[in-house]
Design a protein around this ligand. Structure first.
Ligand SMILES: NC(=O)c1ccc[n+]([C@@H]2O[C@H](COP(=O)([O-])OP(=O)(O)OC[C@H]3O[C@@H](n4cnc5c(N)ncnc54)[C@H](OP(=O)(O)O)[C@@H]3O)[C@@H](O)[C@H]2O)c1
Length: 247
């Protein structure tokens, strides 16, 4: 049996990945978000608000004794506001960093602790963004949190590679970690971007153009691509990539 913990399964990319995975009867999906929108016998939902640090810290992964694969997909993410720094709301800055960066870090730590001695294919996939590599005005918290997620992934990967060189610690298989960006996808997040105020966001017209010119990928296409990429993790050469880097 394969177990997939996925944050943000109520809509968008996370929902599409969960629904695609559920087409395979060997897969079990545990979704983590504030709302539930999937009803399937092999799906379970944890109603979690990932802006709440104590909720994140208390989350427990289950042992899944029969697991061949165990995955954590840190997908939940928010833009929250599109405004220049200096006009942001302090509480929302804290909440957005918590969902986008602190929650994936805390969940990844608990995931590695829980499954460290398990002999299964163990993968952490972080859904990153091109915004973590390029500054975009109005998106400071989002860009910084995605950039942090990339670096966090690189450090975890470096730690796992060091572990492989130590035979006494390398009794069990290590963890693979990837931070893979989806490109621009036709979800609620893009609706939010297009509803920004022109004076707060110099690239508003670009994002309106992506929609008008049909340049947004559909979540179903993106989810199939992620699943295809993950079907052979040995083909993933770098910790950081974009789905566009794969055939
Ligand atoms: N769409 C794009 O063009 C694009 C581009 C690059 C990267 N990404 C990344 O892709 C990922 C998915 O984005 P999307 O476009 O699918 O977004 P979306 O349609 O807005 O969905 C966001 C998901 O995150 C969950 N979420 C948000 N706040 C949460 C909270 N406080 N607690 C728990 N879950 C929470 C939501 O669930 P609830 O509201 O039910 O809690 C929802 O399921 C994000 O990490 C995003 O940064 C998207």
């Amino acid at each position: 049996m394969n177990y997939y913990y996925i944050t943000g399964t109520s809509r968008g990319i996370g929902k599409a990945i969960a629904e695609n995975l559920l087409e395979n009867p060997s897969n079990r999906v545990i979704g983590l978000s504030r709302q539930r929108s999937i009803d399937h016998p092999n799906y379970r939902h944890s109603f979690l608000d990932l802006t709440d640090p104590s909720t994140i810290a208390e989350f427990k992964f289950e042992l899944h004794a029969n697991a061949k694969k165990i995955y954590l997909i840190n997908n939940a993410g928010v833009l929250g506001f599109i405004k220049p720094v200096g006009s942001l709301d302090a509480a929302t800055i804290i909440k957005n960093f918590t969902v986008n960066l602190i929650a994936p870090a805390v969940l990844t730590n608990a995931f590695i602790e829980c499954y460290d001695s398990r002999d299964a294919e163990k993968v952490i996939l972080n859904i990153s963004s091109g915004a973590g590599k390029t500054p975009i005005d109005g998106w400071a918290v989002y860009c910084a949190s995605k950039s942090g997620l990339d670096m966090f992934s690189r450090v975890v990967d470096a730690e796992q590679k060091i572990r492989e060189t130590k035979p006494q610690e390398n009794i069990h298989r290590g963890f693979h970690v990837f931070s893979i960006a989806p490109g621009v996808v036709n979800t609620g997040m893009q609706d939010e971007i297009r509803s920004a105020q022109k004076e707060d966001f110099s690239r508003l017209e670009d994002f309106i153009g992506y929609k008008v010119n049909n340049e947004l990928s559909e979540p179903e296409f993106v989810s199939k691509k992620y699943i295809n990429i993950l079907s052979n993790i040995n083909n993933i050469k770098n910790v950081l990539s974009s789905i566009k880097d794969f055939e």
